[in-house]
Every structure is written in structure tokens, then in C-alpha cells.
Design a protein around this ligand. Structure first.
Ligand code: NAD
Ligand code: TDX
Length: 335
């Protein structure tokens, strides 16, 4: 099977490529990635000599590029490519509209014209907005995005639905909760906490730290996507979640505890504007219809992740210099 992965040099995409190459000897993967600040070919060093893997540098919002790549003929497109960080979308939403909305439209159109058999669109639980103290989001929950990032992802979901309804393009949308694991860019909470703690730097917690997220180990997400490619039904949406709800403050304390680092590193900073209070996903559909099961407990996943950042210091130290530092100081200058 020929699979086009977009955004495969990012966190989840690189984990997905490694996952499927090792499990499907008959799959050929082409990775189309623009290599933004978040794209990193160091995350794919171990697979880049694999004869069933090809990297192409390019923008999903560029029709010519997409058309040229799709001429090679693909059975499946897995669209991970996106601007993915909420805080960056608050500073400047333009690249989010360009990549997440326009890029998805260009890919959908390309998929339609080139007869792709499955378009798997990787969306997020953030499209549903924020929950109070009770309840979970199901696939039928309304789209109520609160950040420019979430709004751009919701817009892309609507385009995916429209291409299925209007043209019969076989599209599946997945909405996953917060991922964590190896190769995650250290602007996101968990790798930021681990790497700052390793450097004995302060750990910024937005607001009172009582916002709740549902965390899933990235390999479990990849396994769900693999299953959906093989057994998912076109036109459907599948929630994917870790069934693990914790406040940011509890999470940070837990990580510091495992790492043997003091809680005095915690620094409360101004809240994120429009900060979603709580996400929680009802994953009954994927569990009942596709018999998907979580395999990694939160404790195990976190230990593995901390161990990975300990053993791969050169990967994150390279990132946490140069441009990253400018962004970091801009973000946390209020501390
Ligand atoms: P990431 O920021 O780590 O990686 C994004 C990748 O997309 C990078 O390699 C980047 O270079 C590439 N890219 C960006 N713009 C591009 C463009 N115009 N053309 C081609 N490539 C481009 O993101 P991630 O955390 O791996 O997330 C991947 C996908 O999963 C995103 O669509 C995101 O919305 C979704 N998602 C992420 C999470 C999470 O917790 N990280 C949870 C749910 C859903
Ligand atoms: O320094 C920080 N301090 C802090 O308190 C950072 C970076 C985050 N936070 C809080 C904000 C959130 O409540 O931690 C929580 C998690 O933040 P992020 O790691 O930025 O993730 P989130 O905003 O929840 O979005 C993530 O999950 C859904 C991904 O970045 C998205 O791409 C995905 O769609």
C-alpha cells in the first residue's frame, strides 16, 4: 500500500512513520513536510535509509507541489501537517489559516482529482471547545473552538465533511486528546516540564494550574490510526483518548516527583487567553466498533518519555537554542 504522510517530520507524524514501517513490510511511505520550526529530520534518522521511505520537502498549501507528489499515486493520505501550538496561534493566527485550512483544502482537492482511496484527517479534541466539571465530548458534540488554532482545525474538519458529502471522497476524521512521548517539541507542556527540570529552570504554569487535559501516549494514538486505516468507515469521525484526566498542576508535580526535582521550580504565570478549562473524550465508538484498546498506562508512558528525554539530550538541546530561545523569552517574559 502506498501512503502519503503529511507533516511526518513533526512529533506525531514521525512516531507514526516509525510505527507503520516496522509493522507493515508491504507499506511504502512518502513524507511530505515543509520543515517549519516544528519539523525535524533528526526525528527520522533511524528510518531515512529504509527503501520503503521517501522524504519530500514541500508545502501542503502549494497546489503544484501537492499535484506533483500525488501524481506518484497513493492509496491513502494521512494528514498530520499543521501548525499545532495554541500559544503561537494567539500571537499570529495567519500561518494556522494558511496551513490548517487552505493546506487541507488543497490536499482534499488533490485527493479527489487523483482518486485517493482514503483521506485520513488528523484533527483534535480542541475543536469541541471546553467542558465544565461534568461530561465528555462525543463525536456528535458541537464544534465550539476557542483558540485560533482550534478554529482552524474545526474549519478543516468542516471541509473534510464537505468533501465527503459533496464529492463522496472517502474521508475519515480522527479527534485525539493531548499526546505525549518521544520527539515532542519542547514548547508543549510535558517536554517543556521535563527539559526545564533537567536544566533546573523554572516551570511556567498558566493561571491556577487547574485546567484539565486528557493525556495519551503517542504510540497508542499511532496504533489507533493504523487500525482506522484498515477498518475505519469513510464518512465517520473517531475520538481517540487516553482516558486520563489530570490538572496541569498535578501533572507537573507528578513529573517533578519521578525526576527527583523540587516543586520550587514551579512558577505561576499569566493565564493563556481563552484558556480551555477541561477536555475529556468519550471513546466508546472506537472501542466498541473497532475494538481499540489503550495499551500504555499514564505512569508507564510518562516514565518512558522522561527516560527518552534523558537519553536524547542532543535532540532537544539542539532545539532549545537559537530561534526557540527568542520564542521562549517572548512567551514567558511575564514570569
Ligand atoms: P507538530 O507541530 O509537532 O508537527 C507538525 C508538522 O507539520 C511539522 O513537521 C511541520 O514541519 C509540518 N508542517 C507544518 N506546516 C506544513 C505545511 N504547510 N506543509 C507541510 N508540512 C507542514 O505537530 P504534532 O503535535 O505532531 O501534531 C500533528 C497533528 O496532530 C496536527 O494536525 C495536530 O493538530 C494534531 N493533533 C496533535 C495533538 C497533540 O497533542 N500534539 C493532539 C491531537 C491532534
Ligand atoms: O508552559 C506551559 N504552561 C502551561 O500551564 C504550557 C506550554 C502549557 N500550559 C498548559 C496549557 C494547557 O492547559 O498546559 C496544558 C497543555 O498545554 P499544551 O501542551 O500547549 O497543549 P494544549 O494547549 O492542550 O494543546 C495540545 O493538545 C491538543 C496540542 O498542542 C494540540 O496540538 C492538540 O490539538
Amino acid at each position: 500500500m502506498k501512503v502519503l504522510v503529511t507533516g511526518g517530520a513533526g512529533f506525531i507524524g514521525s512516531n507514526f512513520i516509525r510505527y507503520v514501517l516496522s509493522r507493515h513490510p508491504d507499506w511504502e511511505i512518502t513524507n511530505l513536510d515543509k520543515l517549519t520550526y516544528a519539523g525535524n529530520l533528526d526525528s527520522l534518522r533511524d528510518v531515512d535509509s529504509c527503501p520503503r521511505y521517501l522524504f519530500v520537502k514541500g508545502d501542503i498549501a502549494n497546489r503544484k507541489v501537492v499535484d506533483k507528489v500525488l501524481k506518484q499515486g497513493f492509496d491513502v493520505i494521512v494528514n498530520f501537517a499543521a501548525e499545532s501550538h495554541v500559544d503561537r496561534s494567539i500571537i499570529d493566527s495567519s500561518p494556522f489559516i494558511k496551513t490548517n485550512v487552505q493546506g487541507t483544502q488543497v490536499l482534499l482537492e488533490g485527493a479527489r482529482q487523483h482518486g485517493v482511496k482514503l483521506f485520513l484527517h488528523i484533527s483534535t479534541d480542541e475543536v469541541y471547545g471546553s467542558l465544565g466539571t461534568e461530561g465528555k465530548f462525543t463525536e456528535e458534540s458541537p464544534l465550539l473552538p476557542n483558540s485560533p488554532y482550534a478554529a482552524s482545525k474545526a474549519a478543516a474538519d468542516c471541509l473534510c465533511r464537505a468533501y465527503y458529502r459533496t464529492y463522496g471522497l472517502p474521508v475519515i476524521i480522527t479527534r485525539c486528546s493531548n499526546n505525549y512521548g518521544p520527539f515532542q517539541f519542547p514548547e508543549k507542556l510535558i517536554p517543556l516540564v521535563i527539559t526545564n527540570a533537567l536544566e533546573d529552570k523554572s516551570i511556567p504554569i498558566y493561571g491556577n494550574g487547574l485546567n484539565v487535559r486528557d493525556w495519551i501516549y503517542v504510540a497508542d494514538h499511532c496504533q489507533a490510526l493504523d487500525l482506522i486505516i484498515q477498518q475505519g468507515k469513510p464518512g465517520e469521525i473517531y475520538n481517540i483518548g487516553g482516558n486520563n484526566n489530570t490538572t496541569n498542576l498535578e501533572l507537573v508535580k507528578y513529573i517533578l516527583n519521578i525526576m527527583g526535582k523540587p516543586r520550587s521550580l514551579i512558577t505561576f504565570v499569566s493565564d493563556r487567553p481563552g484558556h480551555d478549562r477541561r477536555y475529556a473524550l468519550d471513546t466508546t465508538k472506537i472501542r466498541q466498533q473497532l475494538h481499540w484498546k489503550l495499551t500504555t498506562s499514564f505512569e508507564e508512558g510518562l516514565r518512558r518519555t522522561i527516560q527518552w528525554y534523558l537519553e536524547n539530550e542532543s535532540w532537544w538541546r539542539k532545539i532549545k537554542s537559537g530561534e526557540y530561545i527568542k520564542y521562549y523569552h517572548r512567551m514567558y517574559s511575564q514570569t
